[in-house]
Design a protein around this ligand. Structure first.
Ligand code: NAD
Length: 260
């Protein structure tokens, strides 16, 4: 179904983006991954992607705060993988602080990576998708695109922005065979989140189980983490022909968090 399509996934050397890259490669997509990391780990992931897809996989190290590098990444994907049929805007970071103490440079960095980079990738890939009369754009938002938590002003603002960008571009692209959707995970046990559990347990003097249930999953009625592959398979569905009528949607994958 997606065999031979080219997919660009930002922030895909780790966590959710990595899972999405593997899921798309498993369906025969040529994949460009992006993000930071150890070169050996990146090469190993590329090997895994090539084995899964039976076709090419490449990495571009563009920094999502730098429009020129984003431009080079998109052009390289077009030149080396023959286009960008599927774009998954996933790169994101977090920083927690009261708004009146929020470091200005951290605010700018979060807005640049979590929101503005998607404007750049979208504006650059859309002409190619229009030419092909087919495209799939999936923005990895968050439960925080729908609700807020204190001390996460930049992240919540960026994710609400992504929800608005998703709807706007969906309307603009609707008659070109291009769908534009967001998925909004709750807590996902990515390596980043996983590493926080023992530290938080030590800092609060509670067990790791209490950290998971009473701190991390307090807002998530299932009391279970969302799994990386749950997110990845929903992205795959949004890329399928069966989902051609879904555009401008924001799909919650949050164990019931935002139903409350
Ligand atoms: P992660 O830290 O595991 O992965 C983030 C990826 O982004 C890495 O590949 C990293 O190298 C890359 N990255 C960071 N800064 C970058 C930059 N300036 N330029 C290019 N790449 C950069 O994080 P994750 O948990 O997998 O999160 C991925 C996305 O999912 C983010 O947008 C995040 O907001 C969203 N999300 C995560 C959760 C969660 O609980 N983990 C929940 C909801 C939404």
């Amino acid at each position: 179904m997606l065999t031979g399509k080219s997919a660009l996934i930002t922030g895909s050397t780790s966590g959710i983006g990595r899972g999405v890259a593997i899921a798309l490669a498993s369906l025969g997509c040529k994949v460009m991954i992006n993000g930071f990391g150890d070169q050996g780990d990146i090469d190993a992931l590329l090997g895994e992607l090539r084995a899964a897809s039976g076709t090419d996989a490449i990495h571009h190290g563009a920094d999502m705060t730098k429009p020129d590098e984003i431009g080079d990444m998109v052009q390289t994907c077009i030149d080396q993988l023959g286009g960008v049929d599927i774009l998954v805007n996933n790169a994101g970071i977090q920083f927690v602080s009261p708004v009146d103490e929020f470091p200005v440079e951290k605010w700018d960095q979060i807005i640049a990576i979590n929101l503005t980079s998607s404007f750049h990738t979208i504006r650059l890939v859309l002409p190619h998708m229009k030419q092909n009369k087919w495209g799939r754009i999936v923005n990895i938002a968050s439960a925080h695109s729908l609700v807020a938590s204190p001390f996460k002003s930049a992240y919540v603002a960026a994710k609400h922005g992504i929800a608005g960008l998703t709807k706007t571009v969906a309307l603009e692209a609707a008659q070109h065979g291009i769908t534009v959707n967001a998925v909004s995970p709750g807590y996902v046990l990515t390596p980043l989140v996983q590493a926080q559990i023992p530290d938080t347990a030590a800092a609060r003097g509670i067990t790791e189980e209490q950290v998971v249930n009473d701190v991390m999953l307090a807002a998530q009625p299932t009391k279970q983490f969302v799994e990386i592959d749950d997110v990845a398979q929903n992205v795959v569905h949004l890329c399928s022909d069966a989902a051609k009528g879904i555009t401008g949607a924001n799909l919650s994958i949050d164990g019931g968090w935002t139903a409350q």
